[in-house]
Design a protein around this ligand. Structure first.
Ligand SMILES: C[S@@+](CC[C@H](N)C(=O)[O-])C[C@H]1O[C@@H](n2cnc3c(N)ncnc32)[C@H](O)[C@@H]1O
Length: 360
């Protein structure tokens, strides 16, 4: 998936899956407890695991539903009126468009409007909470996002798209908005001038859907790992926690707003939404141990595999000591490309740990 996401495992999927296969075979039930962009959940589904994907963020929930729950192409059958009104009858494409492609064509043509994104996140607007307009999107793109958001919310509210189709459209909108966001890496702040892709026009593209006849094999959840763990039974649990102080809810607040379809008060220079309800203990050194303990002691699961980085808040020795309270520990290492903002001077590679815990 085309989102640059702190800690995403896109570059090391092969290494992680290889280790999972050594512990439990395809067909087993694996939980991806902090699934983020769902890179690991998607790969697991592709090779026949039953997957439970969880994350505290709403955008991850929609990404996971898009990745795990399609067993047939979406029909958008109840949105025919909307599609017919906005999607051109003639297509330049060689093959007729699928209902999903027609839906995307239609969405790309909905009228722009001066709404919340335009007001709060573009230089054309006038934010409620601060004097200086914010420059996350060009005014044209922000207006387009407002038009699309209203239409998607309306279609869902009128039951013209079902829950899964709704998640798919939000997933696609998040990716499209992220593509033209005027940021250096995260939504912690915007660039002073519109740069690079932020000058392009927003275009929603249909996702390449993973259609597999595996209905009922996968589950998508949205909760704190520490809370949900007691309700999960599985053969292996993969955990990829935050390893730095940077909170995901604060760094990806605009994607969360797209996913939640709300209009929260945008606060301060960066326009943060109130985000404490998604605060992660894994970003605070003194709370990490308790969180791991809660997960290991409450989940009905014999094997855990934990990703961590040499840059992390806890050292490898601290982690191994903690995990040893629960069973046998084995650590593997491999290099991983560092997440950097476009302007960062840091070295490009880090040592990534994969710590295996077999519960005693
Ligand atoms: C390193 S990222 C996971 C990246 C993911 N493996 C991928 O490839 O995209 C960490 C994720 O943990 C989530 N998270 C942080 N604390 C959490 C908690 N206590 N419970 C559930 N999810 C949490 C964040 O929202 C974030 O998506």
């Amino acid at each position: 998936m085309g989102i640059r996401y702190i800690g995403a495992k896109t570059q090391v999927i092969g290494e992680i899956i290889k280790e999972i296969i050594k512990i439990v075979p395809p067909g087993s039930h694996v939980t991806d407890l902090m699934c983020g962009t769902c890179s690991i959940s998607t790969a697991l589904r592709m090779i026949g695991y039953n997957v439970t994907a969880n994350d505290v963020m709403t955008y991850s929930y929609h990404h996971a539903r898009q990745a795990l729950l399609f067993t047939r192409p979406p029909s958008f059958e109840n949105a025919r009126d909307f599609i017919d009104a906005f999607c051109p009858k003639e297509s330049k494409k060689l093959f007729p468009l699928s209902p999903y492609e027609q839906m995307i064509e239609a969405l790309n043509r909905v009228p722009s409007e001066d709404g919340y994104f335009w007001r709060e996140f573009s230089l054309g607007g006038y934010p409620k909470n601060t004097e200086k307009p914010r420059n996350y999107f060009s005014p044209e793109n922000a207006k387009k996002i407002d038009g699309i958001r209203r239409l998607v919310r309306q279609l869902h509210g009128e039951n013209k798209i079902n829950g899964l189709e709704h998640s798919l459209l939000l997933h696609d909108l998040i990716l499209a908005a992220n593509d033209i966001a005027n940021i250096a890496g995260t939504y912690g702040h915007y660039m002073a001038k519109l740069t690079g892709r932020a000058k392009d026009k927003i275009i929603i593209k249909p996702s390449t859907l993973l259609i597999i006849d595996d209905e009922g094999k996968h589950t998508v959840l949205q909760d704190y790992a520490e809370t949900i763990s007691s309700k999960i039974t599985c053969d292996l649990c993969y955990i990829d926690p935050p390893y730095m102080k940077r909170q995901y809810a604060a760094n990806y607040h605009i994607l969360e707003t797209l996913a939640r379809e709300d209009e929260p008060e945008a606060i301060g220079v960066s326009g943060l939404r109130p985000w404490r309800d998604q605060y992660s203990n894994f970003c605070t050194k003194t709370r990490i141990r308790d969180s791991f303990r809660k997960i290991f002691s409450s989940m009905n699961c014999p094997h855990f595999l934990v990703s961590y980085s040499e840059d992390g808040l806890l050292s490898l020795r601290e982690l191994e000591e903690l995990f040893s309270e629960f069973g046998n520990v084995k650590t593997m290492f491999f290099p991983h490309k560092r997440f950097k903002s476009n302007t960062s001077q840091l070295t490009p590679y880090l040592k990534e740990y994969l710590i295996q815990l077999k519960i005693r």
